[in-house]
Design a protein around this ligand. Structure first.
Ligand code: NAI
Length: 357
């Protein structure tokens, strides 16, 4: 009897360990198609997550009048973990970007954007760069106003950026910690401290203070943002982990996505103390929504980051291997990657690879 009870307990424990509660937001446009593909692929990987499905974005406006309903926020407060499809922000409606609101609500201070070559034969081979962007401060606090002069209400535009010592320290620690835990060799601090001496000077100074704690374990250097943008095109292999402020990170992370085949391949993680939200970097792609041709890989790669985050790197490694094999050996590619495959073709191929692993 005791044996059976113990066995039951053990299987419950395994189940709990294997299936982690997480919020799933299908999102707008191609969102429902690519999230359906990801869920099917994760099922083949042993269902590592138990989904609480919630609506956000336009889909939620239609239902509840709010693009970020309380039920969605409550769900993330409970699970502290979410996979989010792209959310369309209505233009000119007065709604603030749902993505920005989510970042602020859960204080998701670190944006992690890895870029790795998955398809050879492109402009660059063997790219493997991780960009860590500060997500809450800098010029994106958007303290902005106009000064009217001579009847022109927009004669002067003023924007103030805010970087704090604490915020700079927190993101630098995240970057160096990430480097250490993931076997990375170097962190490059990107800034514009030669001109924005206070705003990005504090970031550079603080990041170097943090770097001292990692001396001998993770190397450090720095680049001015414009030089970094050029070097990323000329000689991207010199970069390993990059840490930078909000606006520079926004721009450079799209640049590194471009080095490895564009937005359809770019995952992102927004990580805070209380929650973590994983997503594709691309938007809702209304031009191809409903056609069954969207590339699900960016969201799937984001799921890989989510598995790493919850300590299931074993599953993440399998998932990435199945993606590599689908692209490289099966030659399955959606339109954005120059192929003719549908979302379904790609999903089935990855599921097959996982089932045969
Ligand atoms: P977008 O990223 O949706 O589309 C840009 C181009 O890339 C389009 O030609 C689209 O067809 C293509 N594309 C994007 N994802 C693809 C995929 N997985 N497979 C194949 N092709 C893909 O950017 P856009 O058009 O500027 O934005 C559309 C909406 O998405 C807007 O409402 C915007 O606010 C929202 N958006 C949401 C984001 C998020 O939720 N994280 C991020 C960026 C935009």
């Amino acid at each position: 009897m005791l044996y059976y009870l113990l066995e039951d307990y053990a299987s419950c424990l395994v189940l709990t360990l294997q299936s982690i509660p997480a919020t799933l937001v299908p999102g707008d446009g191609i969102g429902p198609e690519i999230t359906a593909a990801v869920v099917e692929i994760l099922d083949a990987l042993g269902k590592p997550f138990t989904w609480d499905i919630q609506q956000g974005g336009m889909a939620a406006i239609e239902k509840s009048g709010d693009p970020l309903p309380a039920a969605l926020l409550d769900s993330i407060r409970r699970t502290r973990l979410a996979l989010k499809g792209p959310l369309a922000t209505p233009v000119g409606s007065g709604f603030r970007s749902v993505n920005v609101r989510l970042r602020e609500e859960f204080k998701l201070y670190a944006n992690l954007r890895p870029a790795r070559t998955l398809i050879s034969g492109g402009r660059y081979e063997d790219i493997d760069i991780v960009l860590v962007r500060e997500n809450l401060e800098g010029l994106y606090v958007a303290f902005e106003h106009y000064i009217p002069i001579d009847g022109d209400p927009h004669a002067v535009a003023i924007s103030s950026g805010v970087n704090t010592r604490a915020g700079s320290r927190r993101i630098a620690e995240f970057a160096f910690d990430y480097a250490l835990k993931n076997g990375r060799k170097k962190v490059t601090i990107v800034h514009k401290a030669n001109v924005l001496k206070a705003l990005t000077g504090i970031f550079l100074e603080t990041a170097y203070q943090v770097a001292k704690k990692y001396e001998g374990r993770v190397a450090v250097d720095d680049r001015i943002v414009d030089a970094c943008a050029m070097q990323l095109v000329l000689k991207p292999w010199q970069f390993d982990v990059i840490v930078t402020t909000n606006l520079f990170g926004d721009i450079l992370s799209d640049e590194i996505a471009g080095l490895v085949g564009g937005l359809g391949m770019a995952p992102g993680a927004n990580i805070g103390v209380d929650a973590a939200i994983f997503e594709a970097v691309h938007g809702s792609a209304p031009d191809i929504a409903g056609k069954g041709v969207a590339n699900p890989l960016a969201l799937l790669l984001a799921t890989g980051l989510m598995l790493d985050h919850v300590g299931r790197s074993d599953a993440a490694v399998k998932l990435r291997a199945a993606i590599d094999a689908t692209l490289r050996d099966d030659g399955i590619r959606t339109g954005d990657l120059g192929g003719k495959a549908t979302t379904r073709d790609m999903t089935q191929s990855i599921v097959r690879r996982l089932s045969n692993a």
